[in-house]
Design a protein around this ligand. Structure first.
Ligand code: ATP
Ligand code: MG
Length: 431
C-alpha cells in the first residue's frame, strides 16, 4: 500500500521550486534594502500564545488550530501565523532595547485546519514582516510601499489592487462606538443575514463586514461605515498614511469594509487582492496592532506588519522558462570508464565544484561495454545540455591524459591529467 500526503498539504516539486526560490530571493533583497533583518522562529509554540494574541473569538482560534498535547502534557500548537511567535521572541530576548523601529521578517510554513480547496491549504507558507516600536503613519505607508515594491520586482504589481482601511482603535469614542452602531444595524436586519453572520454578529461583529454572500452584501451596503466613526487620533493617522502613500506614488483604494480575521488589528489595515485566483483573492494582508505587544507581557510598543501567502504568489507567476535554471545546468560532465578512472575523476569534480562550476559525474554502469558506456554517457551529456564532456578510459589513463569534448562543436582533444582542472577552469564550464 502506498502512503499519500495528508489532506490539504502539498509538495513543492523541483520545477515549481524555481519560482519559490525567486520569491524568497526577491523578498530578501527588498526587505534587506528597507533595513529589515531576518529572524527564524519555531513552528510550534505554547497554545496560550495564540489564544491570547489572535483572540479567542476568531475563526483561527475557534476552529483552525492544530493543537496537541506533547508527551510532557503541555498544550502546543503548530503556528497558524507568524506574528505571535515573532512578538514572543521580541519580548523574550529583549529586542526592544535596540533603536526603533525594530524591523524583522521571517518566512516559512503555517498550519490551519481549513477546508482544503484551490489556493487554500492546511500547511501553507508565508513571508512575514513586522516593524515594531514606532507609531508614525509614515511607517504604515513605508510598510505598504515595501510590499508593493516586492510585487513590482516580481512583475505582479500591476495585477494586484492595494486596499486599505482604518479600523480605528479601542478608544471608547472610536471602534467601540462604531461596534455598538453596527450591532444595532445588524440586529435590525438579522432576518436577511446568513446563519454564520447572525452568529458572528454577537461574537465578532466586525467580521460580518467581510461576508461574501450576496444576500449579506446587500444588507452590508447600507451598514454604517467605520470611517465615519474614527476618533480624533485615528482619523488624522489614516489621513497622513494616505498622504505619504500618495507622495510615493502608490495607487490604492480605500475599502471601508476591509476588516481582518485577527482581533488584534487597530488603525491601518490593508490587503493586496487579485481577481485572478477566484474566491481566494487575498495575496497578502496586514495592519497595525498597537496593543498586542503589551498584551503579551512586553513593553507598550506599537507594531505593524503583513503576511504574504506564498502559494498564491507562486500561482500568479508565469511558468519558469527552461533558461531560468541554466546557471545550475551542469557545465562539465565527467565520464570515467572503469573504476580507476572514476577514482581519478572524483577529486577533479570536487575541485571544479569548489570553484563554482556545476559538475555531473557519470558514475558508470557495469553492465555495459566501455564503448557502449562511452556512447550512452555522451548521449546523456548532450541531453543535459552540458558544455564540456571529459572522457577518461584505460587508454587515456595509460597515456596520462583525458579527452575533453566540446559538446557544441563536437571537437575533441587530449589534455594532460595533471593540467585537467586548470584547463576546465579556463574553459569556464559556462556558456
Ligand atoms: P483568507 O481571507 O484568505 O482566509 P486570512 O485573512 O485568513 O485570509 P491572513 O491570516 O491575513 O489570511 O494570511 C495572510 C495571507 O496568507 C492571505 O492573504 C493568504 O494569501 C495566505 N493564506 C491564508 N490562509 C491560507 C491557506 N489556508 N492556504 C494558503 N494561503 C493562505
Ligand atoms: Mg482565513
Amino acid at each position: 500500500m502506498t502512503i499519500h500526503a495528508v489532506r490539504g498539504v502539498h509538495d513543492i516539486l523541483p520545477g515549481e521550486g524555481e519560482k519559490w526560490r525567486r520569491v524568497e530571493r526577491i523578498a530578501r533583497e527588498v526587505f534587506d534594502s528597507y533595513g529589515y533583518e531576518e529572524i527564524r522562529l519555531p513552528i510550534f509554540e505554547r497554545t496560550d500564545l495564540f489564544a491570547r494574541s489572535i483572540g479567542e473569538a476568531t475563526d483561527i482560534v475557534q476552529k483552525e488550530m492544530y493543537t496537541f498535547e506533547d508527551r510532557g502534557g503541555d498544550s502546543v500548537t503548530l503556528r497558524p501565523e507568524a506574528t505571535a511567535g515573532l512578538l514572543r521572541a521580541y519580548i523574550e530576548h529583549g529586542l526592544f532595547v535596540h533603536p526603533k523601529p525594530i524591523k524583522l521578517y521571517t518566512m516559512g510554513p503555517m498550519f490551519r485546519y481549513e477546508r482544503p480547496q484551490a489556493g487554500r491549504y492546511r500547511q501553507f507558507h508565508q513571508l512575514d514582516v513586522e516593524a515594531l516600536g514606532d507609531e508614525h503613519p509614515s511607517l504604515d505607508a513605508e510598510v505598504i510601499a515595501m510590499l508593493v515594491e516586492f510585487f513590482r520586482r516580481l512583475d505582479l504589481a500591476e495585477r494586484l489592487q492595494v486596499e486599505i482601511n482604518s479600523l480605528g482603535d479601542e478608544n471608547p469614542t472610536c471602534r467601540p462606538r462604531y461596534r455598538t452602531e453596527l450591532v444595532r444595524y445588524l440586529r435590525a436586519h438579522a432576518d436577511r443575514l446568513c446563519d454564520e453572520c447572525r452568529e458572528r454578529m454577537e461574537r465578532n461583529p466586525l467580521r460580518v463586514l467581510d461576508c461574501k454572500k450576496p444576500e449579506c452584501r446587500r444588507v452590508l451596503d447600507g451598514a454604517p461605515a467605520l470611517g465615519d466613526f474614527l476618533c480624533e487620533d485615528c482619523a488624522p493617522h489614516f489621513g497622513k498614511t494616505r498622504e505619504y502613500l500618495e507622495a510615493m506614488g502608490i495607487r490604492y483604494v480605500v475599502s471601508p469594509r476591509l476588516v481582518r480575521g485577527l482581533d488584534y488589528y487597530v488603525r491601518t489595515t490593508f490587503e493586496l487582492t487579485t481577481t485572478e485566483l477566484g474566491a481566494q483573492n487575498a495575496v497578502a494582508g496586514g495592519g497595525r496592532y498597537d496593543g498586542l505587544i503589551k498584551l503579551l507581557g512586553g513593553p507598550p510598543d506599537p507594531g505593524i506588519g503583513f503576511a504574504v501567502g506564498v502559494e498564491r504568489v507562486v500561482q500568479l507567476l508565469p511558468d519558469v522558462a527552461q533558461g531560468a535554471w541554466q546557471d545550475r545546468r551542469p557545465g562539465v560532465f565527467l565520464i570515467p570508464l572503469g573504476d580507476e578512472a572514476l577514482r581519478r575523476l572524483l577529486p577533479v569534480a570536487g575541485e571544479l565544484r569548489a570553484k563554482g562550476i556545476v559538475v555531473e559525474v557519470g558514475h558508470g554502469e557495469r553492465k555495459l561495454t566501455r564503448e557502449l558506456e562511452r556512447a550512452s554517457k555522451l548521449e546523456e551529456a548532450k541531453r543535459l545540455g552540458v558544455l564540456h564532456a571529459v572522457i577518461l578510459g584505460p587508454d587515456e589513463l595509460a597515456r596520462g591524459e583525458a579527452k575533453v569534448k566540446d559538446m557544441k562543436s563536437g571537437a575533441q582533444r587530449a589534455v594532460p591529467l595533471s593540467g585537467l582542472v586548470d584547463e576546465l577552469l579556463a574553459l569556464g564550464g559556462r556558456a
